[in-house]
Design a protein around this ligand. Structure first.
Ligand SMILES: Cc1cc2nc3c(=O)[nH]c(=O)nc-3n(C[C@H](O)[C@H](O)[C@H](O)COP(=O)(O)O)c2cc1C
Length: 299
């Protein structure tokens, strides 16, 4: 998740309960092959404990996907995933991400360019939605014909964003299509999964190869555990986890990233105990990590 699942947060989650597979934030391949390279590289920073780790790319220029993917192989990523599902207005306006649902020609060029860069050394996958403004099985069939290692389906249209329920029946139907068209492509279901157990039940019910969890990690940093201790953890333990996150941030990013970005994690760790809301309000007024750690140290 963009601006959330950087190397620091992935390292925290590696220690709480690690998923079988991590994905990076989406990184712009065109940006990486331009003067803006340094900023994009932050999204591709990782340590060994985060592996297996898939790099996710977005962008518009096939050549940049080839060059970037060859670099990802050198950087020892476990795979490359193409974002064809993000509905955010700024990227759709460019014709990128979920806009590709209506542009098969460019989508195919980007996939082929990535496969060329991967050179069979790492798997190439796509993450998408079930359509742009309506369910579009032609898009899904098109993707199933691209020789992908995996296809992650968020069971909503781009227009539906997250306001309508996630359609697991449709994801099951896509899995059955896969059986006929592309038996070698794994189908990963995504949308509103809040626990590993719930994910495993959905995978079983619809015959899926995997489940992706996004926002569930905001409610429970142990979401990938079969038996999360989060609700049983005391205030000190929760605060301790946040302090660990902040210290790792200081070590990794120093002044390279704005510490204000750490405040969005207050809701994750500082919740479910007496005084949590007051503590969060005090943290929101902090201007740096020293101040945040000072407040948490006294809480
Ligand atoms: C803050 C935020 C950032 C996201 N960034 C990405 C991203 O970079 N790449 C991506 O494929 N999906 C991204 N998503 C979408 C999620 O990966 C996921 O598909 C969606 O939230 C539905 O699944 P969930 O209910 O498990 O979160 C993002 C979602 C949120 C809320």
């Amino acid at each position: 998740m963009d601006d959330v699942t950087d190397t620091v947060f992935r390292r925290v989650i590696s220690k709480t309960a690690k998923p079988d597979l991590f994905f990076t934030e989406f990184a712009n391949a065109d940006g990486l092959q331009s003067a803006g390279r340094e900023a994009v590289l932050q999204k591709l920073t990782f340590t060994e404990v985060e592996k297996p780790l898939i790099a996710q790319l977005w962008g518009m220029k096939p050549d940049n996907y080839t060059k970037t993917t060859a670099e990802l192989v050198e950087m020892r990523f476990s795979g490359v995933d193409l974002n064809m599902g993000c509905p955010v207005r700024n990227v759709v306006k460019l014709g990128a991400c979920s806009a590709l649902i209506n542009n098969h020609e460019l989508a195919e060029s980007l996939i082929k360019a990535t496969q060329k860069g991967a050179d069979d050394k790492i798997p190439v996958s796509v993450k998408t939605r079930v359509g742009f403004d309506k369910v579009d099985m032609g898009w899904i069939e098109f993707l199933l014909r691209q020789n992908l290692a995996a296809l992650t389906i968020h069971g909503r249209t781009a227009k539906g964003q997250s306001k309508v329920p996630n359609d697991w029946e449709l994801i099951g139907k896509i899995r059955r299509m896969r059986d006929d068209i592309a038996p070698g492509t794994m189908i990963i279901g995504n949308g509103d999964v809040m626990s590993r157990k719930q994910g495993e039940e959905l995978a079983q019910e619809h015959g899926l190869d995997g489940i992706m969890i996004g926002r569930g990690v905001f409610q429970d940093p142990y979401v990938f555990s079969g038996d999360s201790p989060w609700k049983r953890m005391n205030t000190k333990e929760k605060i301790g986890l946040y302090k660990r996150h902040i210290k790792l941030f200081e070590q990794e990013w120093g002044h390279k990233k704005n510490p204000a970005g750490l405040k969005k994690f207050a809701k994750v760790y500082i919740s479910g105990f007496d005084g949590a809301s007051e503590l969060r309000s005090r943290l929101m007024r902090c201007t740096d990590t020293v101040e945040m750690l000072g407040i948490l140290g006294k809480a």
